[in-house]
Write a protein that binds this ligand. Structure first.
Ligand SMILES: Nc1ncnc2c1ncn2[C@@H]1O[C@H](COP(=O)(O)OP(=O)(O)OP(=O)(O)O)[C@@H](O)[C@H]1O
Length: 647
């Protein structure tokens, strides 16, 4: 790993070790992006300036072209006005300092003085126009950048979302949209300062050639100091981004409703607070380190600037004493030096800010590119209109980063369509993984999934998803109304009461809805006012209603009855059977083998491998894994209850 000189090893708090198993620092960032340090050098900063300005401009034009044009025009004219103003100063001073009597001198200087007044009025008006247009532009730029971020992020493969490196990019890039917003102001100020600097430098070069390099020497220290500090802040941000997220996570846990009961009953509050404090202190130590370095850099820069200023004014004095410069010219030079130095100062600061923001926008742009590369591919072969079966052929799949053992290992099985197929097996045997592959959420590492003859890997993924309705074990409980929680099953079609009512009935969720204070319009999020909470079983019924609303050809239900009472369980299986009766394929994952009795076909998985397949009756008769699991469950009901111990 390449490390910057002077970057100390991170301090790791006990809290990080205990709660998160180690230091929450990203330390690969610099070696992953070899050019990252180069990006922070002064030369690179200057070289990248046109690109940075162009990317701000592109974003601005995309967000609100008329406002962007107003800003550009106002800044260009304002810079020109400043040059005119300096020339007018020079002319006014020249006329005021030379000539016979003061009245005549004043009259001679009057046009230049009037020109100065007119130019400053124009400047004020242009500044107002620019302020208005920037105010209009900034939120739009942020929105456009955020929309693109969210759109790309929502469209990547599930494997990318679960990938550590991609997640880091998602984490850091989210700050890019805000930076894009800020780049508009900085970019505008850079353009303004550049133009007025050129004006001041032009005037100075005309007055005396030695004044120009002196002006530059005066400003270099603040450039160096600002750049050094920006580089440190950016570096630190990247290393600490995960730590910052963990801090926010702890504070969120302390306030979120889901954790509230346990926090109170188990007294988790003080424990989490203690670790929140300890982690905050670790982060504060990093902030203190940055401030210490910034103060030191600032002091060095200030000393350097002081010496350079002294040298500039000494040179001006020497030129005056030697008679090499007239007093009026020296007066204009002082004004031009002050204007120039302040423009150069502004320029350096603003370029630096622009550069710092551009680094974050760079993260965002990297995310755009990487997300596009990892997007769910568009297009592909069409699936057969009415396939007879889906066949897994020697399918092997392992989760990224989990090299120990594949979750599915050389699985070959058939899922006949229009039937109820049950997947059975102990925890971790690969059932959920199998249905995720079936739904196209992952693609096999080896082997094929065939819809009749068509390989799902070559099929159009959107068309494949169209056919699937899924109630996963951890299906999303959307913090919206009950209506949306059902209709989100197929949000692309217009929401109709008829379709909603049918889905609710098919899932047997009528009672759940009837019990809600505002029926389908009840908000199902306790953390909003008027929000209502459902029980696990009630949620599960809504989840099934959502899948019914979707009307996919293949209904995948993963543990549909885990949170249901015995009566509800029976009812739900009745509903699922009815769905299958209407020609729909049901792929059912359940641990309750009594419910599997009605399946047309059962596949039994063990450690990621298929160990048995057949009808429930065949499997019971065979006396294998299924029969063993079945007997175990049956025993629980037939075993004699031990007699109470005598007291
Ligand atoms: N997103 C994931 N990332 C990494 N590993 C995973 C992921 N999901 C599951 N696994 C691993 O894959 C294996 C199979 O898990 P899977 O969820 O498919 O089992 P299952 O049969 O559905 O289990 P259960 O009955 O407990 O739901 C397990 O070892 C699990 O740890």
């Amino acid at each position: 790993m390449r490390k910057r000189r002077g970057t100390p090893e991170p301090v790791v708090s006990g809290s990080e070790r205990l709660l998160f198993g180690g230091p929450l620092r990203y330390d690969k960032g610099w070696s992953e992006h070899e050019d990252a340090i180069l990006k922070l050098s002064f030369r690179a900063m200057v070289v990248r300036l046109p690109g940075m300005l162009a990317s701000s401009l592109r974003l601005a034009l995309q967000a609100d072209a008329p406002a962007a044009r107003i800003v550009l025009a106002a800044e260009a004219v304002r810079g020109g006005a400043q040059a005119v103003s300096l020339l007018a100063v020079n002319s006014a001073l020249g006329r005021l300092l030379t000539g016979p009597d003061i009245g005549q001198r004043l009259r001679a200087a009057a046009p230049a003085l009037l020109a100065m007044a007119a130019v400053s009025l124009v400047g004020v008006l242009l500044r107002a126009a620019s302020t208005y247009a920037i105010g209009r532009l900034e939120p739009k730029v942020e929105r456009v950048a955020t929309e693109l971020y969210l759109e790309r992020a929502a469209n990547v493969e599930l494997a990318a979302i679960e990938d550590h490196a991609f997640h880091k990019l998602l984490d850091t890039a989210q700050y890019g949209a805000e930076s894009a917003r800020r780049m508009i102001s900085y970019g505008t100020r850079v353009i303004g300062a550049l133009i007025s600097l050129v004006a001041a430098a032009g005037v100075l070069a005309v007055l005396h050639p030695v004044l120009l390099p002196l002006l530059v020497t005066m400003t270099l220290p603040s450039a160096w100091s600002a750049l050094t500090n920006a580089r440190r802040r950016y570096e630190s941000f990247h290393v600490w981004v995960q730590h910052a997220r963990a801090g926010r996570l702890i504070s969120h846990l302390l306030t979120e409703p889901a954790a509230a009961p346990e926090i109170r009953v188990h007294g988790v509050g003080p424990f989490l607070l203690r670790h929140f404090r300890s982690m905050s202190e670790t982060a504060e130590a990093e902030q203190a380190r940055l401030s210490r370095l910034a103060a030191r850099t600032g002091l060095i820069a200030a000393g350097w600037t002081g010496l350079a200023t002294l040298a500039t004014y000494a040179t001006l004095g020497a030129l005056l004493l030697a008679g090499a410069m007239a007093l009026s010219v020296a007066g204009t030079a002082v004004i031009a030096i002050r204007t120039g130095a302040s423009s150069l100062d502004t320029l350096v600061l603003e370029i630096n800010q622009l550069h710092e923001e551009a680094l974050f926008v760079g993260d965002l742009q990297r995310l755009y590119v990487e997300a596009a590369e990892r997007a769910i591919p568009a297009g592909g072969e069409a699936l057969p209109e009415d396939p007879k079966e889906i066949r897994f052929e020697h399918v092997t799949f392992g989760y990224p980063g989990d090299a120990a053992r594949p979750a599915l290992d050389d699985v070959t099985l058939t899922l006949p369509l229009g039937r109820i197929i049950a997947l059975v097996g102990e925890n971790g045997s690969g059932k959920s993984t199998l249905v995720k592959l079936l739904a196209g959420l992952y693609t096999p590492d080896r082997g094929r999934i065939l819809w009749d003859g068509v390989d799902a890997a070559r099929a159009d993924r959107r068309l494949l998803a169209e056919r699937i309705a899924m109630v996963a074990q951890d299906f999303k409980r959307w913090p919206f109304t009950a209506r949306v929680n059902v209709a989100v099953g197929r949000s692309a079609v217009p929401m109709t009461e008829e379709r909603l009512a049918m889905a609710v009935t098919e899932a047997g969720a009528e009672e759940v809805v009837a019990d809600l204070p505002r029926g389908l319009d009840t908000l199902l999020a306790r953390d909003f006012s008027g929000g209502h909470e459902l029980s696990g079983g009630q949620w599960q019924r809504l989840g099934i209603a959502r899948a019914a609303y979707r009307r996919g050809r293949v209904l995948i239900v993963d543990e549909p009855t885990a949170a249901l009472d015995a009566r509800a369980e029976l009812e739900v299986f009745e509903k699922i059977r009815a769905l299958a009766g209407s020609g729909q394929t049901v792929v059912l994952i359940t641990h309750r083998l009594a419910s599997v009795r009605h399946a047309d076909l059962v596949h039994v998985l063990e450690h990621g491998r298929l160990v048995e397949s057949g009808t429930p009756q065949e499997l019971l008769a065979r006396g294998g894994v299924y029969a063993e699991l079945y007997a175990l469950q049956a025993e629980q009901f037939t075993a004699k209850v031990p007699a109470p111990r005598p007291s």
